[in-house]
Ligand binder design. Structure first.
Ligand code: ADP
Ligand code: MG
Length: 581
């Protein structure tokens, strides 16, 4: 594969040539110049020496066991900091492994740069079968926001700034930067190299909206009897919670957060309509999309949505407008500028909110919350435990420690945790997001801990954990304050799948309900727990929160806990449903 255990651990700037440096030295310095402080990756030929030089230059290098997870860390770093997370990969397979995360970052509008070494161009272009030969730039291009290749050391500072600007400007996304082996190893005079480095001016320029767009939107909002704000993770990313709070407080508009926007405004705030999603879709007359796309997660603007609802859309990307449903008032600009402009404009108009609309949403919220509390209470003593039993223990601990970042993936584990745990601070919930993928858990937990220094709890399904479990060792090696809670029902969806052939093999969805994941944690020196009751789970989670040590909690659930595809079973092709049901 891609790594070579015997790669010498000596930086390529040999002290015998003090007046000369390499391309890889210049790459490390160029990253420092744009403010990169952390890098995630997995090294080998041709980037090992570069990783040493980056560390020497003061960049924290977090080495992973799998490139995909290093990429998931970089994308989460990007989301949480608003600056690109950096992933370093080797050529061929390492590049491809990492590219899955860079593609995911692009789909989710997270800024990230994948820097990959690649083998020399000439034998690749002639198909001559060189070491790890792959036309990486061509492969990356359709999957990322922008892709560049540097062939000459002299171009490295420009290439880094270009990649940085592409990652964060406009709609953020994943950027691929291909650095060839000859370029990394190119010798260049130190004074020439130093003269090429520059500090870019205004890396994240404001992009204010057109005044007439703001006026149009303000008129529509002010005239609405049943308005709602739909807050997406673009708003979390843009750090506009202060402005959204003003909008809600002054204009009295109820809000509904998308999954990763939970906590931008408190889930349990007086105007939170978190429990009223269907009502808002069916009955609101004006919905303001704030950094949220009308994509599949919102039935692409159809399904339950009323035929007459009018949308205001605040987004950085003009191409997003009208892509699924006509937008009555697009406001294209960066969210901070757009919300500031809207807050200045709205007081010029008289608001028309129908008090009955607010009362209706409040009554529905009270009733739904009461029903949910009863459900949790009823399940809280189930033995063996199911997802709700476990969550009845997890919920109060996370809610009373709101500064813990919650990473969450799985099927039922994802859906039920999202429903159960209220968030009260922005950017404290990281999940599988737009593609609804599996396999981001350990990477995102590491990225969150490194980028913020905060404590992280990852609530994982057993299947979800399997994609990234080996990188629990990275949590231990870097002594990160991360607790991983595995809800083990022994399968994808659940552990009771039946092999229809009867040949004795496990069913496609069946995993290991008796696996002791806690023992895996012991290998790397983590604190570990195996729990079978909510009390044990509560005690273990409290202890891990207090210790801030790497912790792995294996939560034994019943094999029949959980259903096919969780809340999105309707997305399965019908034929499959006939077989399974
Ligand atoms: P969610 O899944 O939470 O609904 P999406 O990822 O679908 O969120 O949508 C996020 C939207 O936010 C994207 O359309 C993106 O263009 C937009 N966005 C991201 N950053 C900014 C910003 N700084 N200003 C305005 N819009 C932004
Ligand atoms: Mg499972």
């Amino acid at each position: 594969m891609s790594t070579t255990p015997n790669t010498p651990a000596t930086p390529a700037t040999a002290p015998t040539y003090p007046n000369q440096v390499t391309g890889m030295w210049l790459l490390a310095q160029a990253l420092v110049k744009v403010g990169i402080k952390d890098m995630y990756g997995l090294v080998g030929i041709p980037v090992t020496d570069f990783s040493y030089l980056a560390q020497q230059a003061g960049i924290r290098f977090v080495g992973f066991r799998h490139e995909q997870q290093a990429g998931m860390a970089a994308q989460t770093h990007g989301f949480l900091t608003g600056t690109p997370g950096v992933l370093l990969t080797v050529s061929s397979l390492g590049f491809l492994n990492g590219l899955t995360a860079t593609a995911n970052a692009t789909v989710n509008c997270y800024p990230m740069i994948q820097i990959s070494g690649s083998s020399e161009r000439e034998p690749i272009d002639l198909g001559q079968g060189n070491y790890e030969a792959l036309d990486q730039l061509a492969i990356a291009k359709p999957l990322v926001k922008a892709a560049y290749r540097v062939n000459r050391a002299e171009d490295i500072p420009t290439a880094v700034v270009r990649a940085y600007r592409a990652a964060i400007s406009g709609r953020p996304g994943g950027v691929y930067l291909d650095v060839t082996t000859p370029c990394l190893g190119q010798i260049i005079d130190r004074d020439v190299a130093e003269s090429l480095l520059f500090e870019p001016v205004d890396l994240a320029p404001a992009m204010p909206p057109a005044p007439e767009a703001v006026t149009r939107a303000a008129r529509l909002i002010a005239g609405a009897g049943r308005p709602a704000l739909l807050i997406g993770k673009g708003a979390a990313y843009a750090r506009v919670e202060d402005l959204l709070k003003q909008l809600v407080d002054k204009a009295g508009i109820p809000y509904l957060p998308m999954s990763m926007a939970k906590g931008v405004l408190p889930d349990d705030g007086p105007l939170s309509a978190l429990a009223c999603r269907s009502t808002i879709m069916q009955e609101a007359d004006v919905v303001v999309l704030v950094g949220a796309r009308l994509n599949w997660l919102l039935s692409r603007g159809h399904g339950k949505w009323s035929k007459t609802v009018k949308f205001v859309q605040l987004d950085i990307d003009p191409q997003e407008v009208d892509c699924n449903r006509p937008i009555a008032a697009p406001v294209v600009g960066d969210l901070r500028s757009s919300l500031e402009a809207l807050l200045a404009e709205l007081p010029k108009y008289k608001m028309s909110i129908d008090p009955a609309w607010i009362e209706k949403l409040k009554a529905e919220t009270t009733a739904k919350n009461a029903a949910f509390a009863t459900r949790l209470k009823n399940e809280s003593t189930a033995s063996p435990m199911n997802h709700w039993t476990a969550l009845s223990a997890i919920k109060p601990i996370l809610e009373s420690n709101p500064d813990i970042i919650l990473v969450n993936e799985g099927a039922n584990t994802l859906d039920d945790t999202r429903d159960a745990v209220n968030m009260s601070l922005p950017r404290h919930r990281i999940d599988c997001a737009t593609w609804a993928i599996m396999g981001m858990g350990m990477g995102s937990a590491i990225g969150a801990a490194v980028a913020t220094g905060k404590q992280v709890v990852a609530v994982e399904g057993d299947s979800a954990f399997g994609f990234s479990g080996m990188d629990f060792s990275t949590i231990c090696r870097f002594k990160l304050p991360v607790t991983v809670v595995i809800l083990n029902n022994g399968g994808i969806y659940n552990g009771i799948g039946v092999n229809l052939s009867g040949d004795g093999d496990p069913a496609p969805t069946t995993l290991d309900v008796n696996a002791r994941y806690d023992k895996l944690g012991q290998t790397w020196g983590a604190d570990t727990y195996y729990v079978t009751t909510p009390q044990e789970l509560s005690d273990a989670l409290k202890a891990s929160v207090a210790s801030r040590r790497p912790t792995l909690i294996d939560v034994q659930l019943a094999a029949d806990a959980g259903k096919e595809s969780g809340h999105i079973g309707y997305l399965n092709p019908e034929a499959l449903q006939h077989v399974i049901v």
